[in-house]
Design a protein around this ligand. Structure first.
Ligand code: DX5
Ligand code: ZN
Length: 216
């Protein structure tokens, strides 16, 4: 089954509750937290996540593109996040962090920037619910999909299977009608789409169409 997680980075930040409503039928709402240190852009923090979680029934999929996720992740769970993705490049103690996220009742996920290989982190897989393979350099919506990431998606799916695990494999960046099938073929099953959903005339239909494409 394919999960479609619209990224509110491409939504109107002054109307977040309405924008969450506009993608009814989405599996999760993807929330990009950026701190202008880990990535060269700044978005939103704990208070906005807290308000958004009260304004929508769709569970929140937090993508922390921040330094020191070890310190911040618990606060985002208290604010209402159902899933927390930290960048392994930024985590001081990824195993401890993943365990803490799960102990607090959220799903734990590890993200890899395009230049970060999966192999050194193979032993972490049993501690996780999902792996996020970035298919653009993190920081901005609307960038072109990096198809040189497809082999890494495939290798990650193979490692997950070899360990007998049931992890989600998320792709984020440039996912659209033109690229989603290649991601699904490579083994991805959780798809973040920002501009492809919020740039569409009918965002809810864009979600349905992407899901159908990913599942064929
Ligand atoms: C980029 C963010 C993405 C972004 C994707 O750093 O992590 O979630 O919103 O936007 P699109 O789908 O437009 O590439
Ligand atoms: Zn993201």
């Amino acid at each position: 089954m394919a999960l479609i997680n619209p990224s509110i980075l491409s939504a109107d930040f002054a109307r977040l509750a309405d924008e969450a409503q506009a993608v009814k039928g989405a599996d999760w709402l993807h929330v990009d937290v950026m701190d202008n240190h880990f990535v060269p852009n700044l978005t939103l923090g704990v208070p906005v996540v807290e308000s958004l979680s009260k304004a929508t029934d769709t569970p929140l999929d937090l993508h922390l593109m921040i330094e020191d996720p070890d310190r911040w992740a618990p606060q985002y769970i208290e604010a209402g996040a159902g899933s927390v993705t930290f960048h392994v490049e930024a985590a001081a103690a990824p195993v401890r962090l993943a365990r803490e996220i799960r102990a607090k009742g959220a799903r734990a996920s590890m993200a890899l920037k395009p230049a970060t290989p999966i192999e050194p982190y193979e032993d972490l897989l049993p501690e996780l619910d999902m792996v996020l393979i970035m298919t653009v350099e993190p920081g901005f919506g609307g960038q072109a999909f990096l198809d040189i990431m497809l082999p890494k998606i495939r290798r990650t799916r193979e490692l997950i299977s070899r360990h007998g695990l049931q992890l989600g494999l998320q792709v984020d960046g440039g996912v659209s009608a033109a690229t989603i099938e290649r991601c699904a073929d490579a083994g991805a099953d959780v798809f973040v789409a920002g501009s492809a959903v919020y740039g569409a005339d009918d965002p809810a239909k864009a979600v349905r169409d992407l899901r159908e494409q990913a599942e064929t």
